[in-house]
Write a protein that binds this ligand. Structure first.
Ligand code: NAG
Ligand code: NAG
Ligand code: NAG
Ligand code: NAG
Ligand code: NAG
Ligand code: NAG
Ligand code: NAG
Ligand code: NAG
Ligand code: NAG
Ligand code: NAG
Ligand code: NAG
Ligand code: NAG
Length: 726
């Protein structure tokens, strides 16, 4: 009843509104003007206004005065004709009426960006004989853009920004043939399909900027763009464009910014042609299927500042001439099949370098000393290659370095490495796992420094020794990964002094003793709040990132809070204080020698999504209250000595019977061992609807987490896999 009446209220208000506007319109048209704005112009402006369902308060101003030159958002020329409409960010909703603004014969600038306008873009707006600059970006306009009649006379349009709307269909082509003043088109972030057009420069010699990125363009790059002798910026990344880079493209020699990132381009990079683009400052061909070598001619691109070629099939060695691109700031060649020594390039002539990513290739040899002369370097990622050797003192010259990843190579002498790196005061992320095979964890109590380190990963090294005491000085540590080593001894009791630690993976070691209560006092794991932002520093987590998003920064607060103690030799019971770790999303205690009962308090871990207690010697029952852990999506208590009924409410109806295997005394309607009806009655089944809601929530959370934090669709099904830190 209530909703019905409010609905009809709204409807009647709407009618009043419409009526009011029509009245104003009539009044304004027929009261004779003593001002400069013509009747006609007012009429068309008010027609535009009436087409809106939400005018953001414009009517109040436009109604007040008969001189439309005095209206908000309107600028008139000296002779009183409306020349400019500037209505960005006004909260306008509704459609752009077709015979309104396009009829303003002197209108040259129209800016309707950042509103909520919907429906079609009236084609006359593009083809008026007056509009020079048209910006309707960031709206919800949709439908196809009509092809305009090319036999119509020259149009003055210079700038068209239709980006970030919902346009679909083929992009007009002949429309541009007669526009001799065309300067810039931004159509990015829509859903255009079909070939990218190449007719922009048939009449216009001043065409400079073309942005078609984030659409669904497909097919080859057609010839014609080479005619654009003034083209400075061409962005067509994030489409489905295939084929090779056409020779014609390299005739657009004014290009400074060229990106075809994340498409399906193939073939090799033509050495003789690339040098024609000697004005290039930014080149992004990452995430395609380009093959062959990086041509040595690249050294002739003297202005080049950013080179992104990540995730292709490039092979061969680094071209030595790269050392001549003295303006280089960023080189990203990650994830190719490059081989040979990094020392092929003399880095000492590249003083501006800030970011280098050579990860996931097949480079061999040692780290060239010349790289250490790039004193402005903040990122250096060499992970997953076949490099060897020891770090030298010269790396101390990299005073600005924040992220260093050397993981999965064959570097040696971890003691030396730690002693050298500790003095790099700005180092926040250090990833050195997969090296130093069978060495000993440095225990030297005197090791200090690393005061700003946020993430430390030394996994998969077969390191022996204890968790060293110098870790207790890493006061800013948020992420600690020591997985897959041979570490022994207990978890140190100072662990709770690492006040920011929220991601701990010490699985697959030989750690002994009881799980210390200190671990249940970790502030970041206890806090249910989304971390206090007292430390505003961003966390440069070098996750595998999509496209050349390789240099994404993320805050540590977006990391899942995790404790993984699996596959060690821990003994005793699970401390009942475990219930304090309310922020935990994932708890893994599997493959240890834990005994006694599962503490009831575990049901306080309301955020838990993964709980693995399998392969221990736990006894007693599964606490029935666990069925109120609404986000639990993975649960495993297999191979213990549990007994009694398996809860059947909440998430428990979703877990496979393998979650409970190897506990002969457990019973459930789903297991071999059925419960007596009295036992089963203990748990009350929840309604299916509630269950579905929870599942949807959990799935949504996972997708959000992975897309938002990892930017890597490859790990989509695995919400918690951060163990690929490289
Ligand atoms: C209406 O116009 C008067 C004078 O022209 C002005 O003082 C007043 O602020 C205007 N009101 C609105 C809502 O623009
Ligand atoms: C349109 O207005 C927005 C917001 O003020 C501004 O960012 C944009 O540059 C304007 N467009 C043009 C073409 O000037
Ligand atoms: C294009 O314009 C010409 C002349 O202005 C006209 O003859 C023709 O019918 C138009 N074509 C379309 C499809 O509107
Ligand atoms: C739309 O593109 C034009 C040309 O590149 C630019 O001047 C304008 O600022 C852009 N609008 C917005 C809202 O960014
Ligand atoms: C085109 O518009 C998008 C926003 O819609 C913006 O991010 C991009 O920088 C613009 N491209 C150019 C070349 O200005
Ligand atoms: C695309 O458009 C949407 C909606 O306007 C906006 O939220 C988003 O930031 C845009 N993306 C890019 C890459 O410009
Ligand atoms: C590039 O331009 C030159 C002249 O500047 C011309 O001879 C050549 O045919 C053009 N190449 C292509 C592929 O259009
Ligand atoms: C690196 O080289 C090895 C042996 O030559 C080969 O098996 C491997 O596939 C190569 N890896 C890449 C990423 O090219
Ligand atoms: C590089 O660092 C030096 C100081 O070591 C500084 O003078 C220079 O401006 C920096 N260059 C860039 C491009 O940031
Ligand atoms: C270290 O980081 C701080 C804070 O970000 C910055 O102000 C300082 O310049 C950096 N030091 C070097 C040598 O880059
Ligand atoms: C790593 O280096 C060690 C000693 O430097 C060598 O014995 C070993 O074969 C290397 N391993 C690989 C996989 O190259
Ligand atoms: C490892 O480094 C330390 C300190 O730099 C040095 O004393 C030691 O000789 C090195 N060990 C090996 C095997 O090279």
């Amino acid at each position: 009843m209530k909703s019905h009446s409010s609905c009809s209220n709204k409807a009647s208000r709407f009618h009043m509104d419409l009526f009011g506007r029509a009245l104003v319109l009539l009044l304004l048209i027929f009261i004779s003007p003593v001002d400069s704005c013509t009747k006609q112009e007012r009429h068309y402006l008010l027609r535009f206004l009436t087409g809106l369902s939400q005018d953001g308060g414009l009517a109040a101003s436009w109604r007040n005065n008969t001189d439309c030159c005095a209206w908000e958002g309107i600028i008139c020329g000296e002779d009183g004709a409306v020349t400019e409409l500037s209505l960005a960010s006004r909260g306008l909703q509704g459609g752009i009426s077709s015979s309104s603004l396009s009829k303003l014969t002197r209108l040259s600038r129209l800016n309707l960006s950042f509103n909520l306008l919907s429906g079609l873009l009236p084609p006359e707006l593009i083809s008026t004989s007056s509009i020079v600059i048209l910006d309707v970006s960031f709206n919800r306009l949709d439908g196809e853009l009509q092809e305009l009649n090319s036999s119509s006379p020259d149009r003055p349009l210079q700038v068209l920004n239709i980006s970030s709307n919902l346009f679909t269909g083929a992009f007009p082509s002949t429309t541009w043939e007669k526009m001799s003043n065309l300067f810039a088109i931004n159509a990015s972030n829509n859903s255009f399909t079909g070939h990218i057009p190449s007719t922009f420069c048939i009449s216009s010699s001043s065409f400079s900027v073309l942005d078609l990125s984030y659409n669904q363009f497909s097919g080859n790059i057609p010839p014609g763009i080479g005619k654009c002798s003034s083209l400075r910026m061409l962005r067509a990344g994030q489409n489905n464009i295939v084929g090779t880079l056409p020779n014609d493209l390299f005739n657009a020699t004014s290009l400074e910014y060229l990106s075809f990132a994340n498409n399906g381009l193939q073939g090799t990079i033509n050495a003789a042609l690339i040098i024609k683009l000697s004005n290039l400052v930014f080149l992004d061909l990452g995430w395609n299927r380009l093959s062959g070598k990086i041509p040595n001619f690249i050294g002739q691109l003297k202005r080049l500042e950013e080179l992104h070629m990540c995730s292709n099939n490039l092979s061969g060695e680094l071209p030595p001439s790269l050392g001549k691109c003295t303006n280089l700031v960023t080189i990203n060649l990650r994830n190719n099949k490059l081989t040979g020594e990094l020392a092929k390039v003399n880095f000492s002539n590249l003083p501006n370098l800030k970011k280098i990513d050579f990860g996931l290739n097949n480079f061999t040899g040692t780290i060239p000393e010349s790289i250490y002369s790039c004193s402005n370097l903040t990122w250096l990622r060499l992970s997953s290659n076949r490099l060897h050797g020891q770090l030298t003192k010269n790396i101390e010259n990299l005073k600005s370095i924040t992220t260093l990843s050397l993981s999965y190579n064959n570097f040696t002498n971890i003691t030396n490495t730690v002693h050298i790196l500790k003095s790099l005061r700005n180092l926040t992320v250090l990833l050195i796992g997969g090296n130093f095979k069978n060495e000993a964890m440095p225990q030297d109590e005197a090791i200090d420094g690393f005061e700003n380190i946020l993430a430390l990963a030394i996994e998969q090294c077969a390191l022996s020794g204890r968790i060293p005491n110098w870790f207790s000085k890493l006061r800013n540590l948020q992420v600690l990964v020591l997985r897959n080593n041979l570490l022994n001894g207990p978890i140190p009791t100072w662990i709770n002094s690492l006040k920011l630690l929220s991601y701990v993976d010490i699985s697959n070691n030989r750690l002994i003793g009881e799980i210390p209560v200190a671990l249940m006092e970790m502030p970041m794991l206890k806090s249910d709040k989304v971390a206090d932002n007292s430390d505003p520093r961003t966390f440069p987590l070098p996750v595998y990132a999509g496209a050349c998003l390789c240099f994404q920064y993320h805050t540590a607060t977006s990391l899942p809070k995790m404790l993984n103690l699996g596959n060690n030799k821990f003994t005793g019971g699970i401390p009942k204080e475990i219930g304090e770790l309310k922020a935990l999303l994932s708890l893994n205690l599997s493959f240890n020698n834990l005994n006694r009962e599962i503490p009831q308090s575990i049901n306080k871990l309301k955020n838990l999504m993964v709980l693995d207690l399998s392969h221990n010697h736990l006894t007693g029952t599964i606490p029935p209250a666990l069925d109120n852990l609404h986000f639990l999506s993975k649960f495993n208590v297999s191979y213990n000595d549990l007994e009694g009924p398996v809860p059947i409410g909440g998430q428990f109806s979703t877990f496979p019977s393998s979650s409970f295997a190897g506990n002969p005394k457990l019973c459930s309607p789903m297991l071999l061992h059925r419960c007596y009806s009295a036992e089963a009655a203990l748990s009350s089944p929840n309604s299916t609807k509630e269950y579905i809601n929870k599942v949807v929530f959990v799935i949504a959370f996972c997708v959000f987490f992975v897309v938002g934090v990892l930017y890597d669709q490859m790990v989509l099904p695995r919400c918690f896999l951060l163990n690929q830190l490289r």
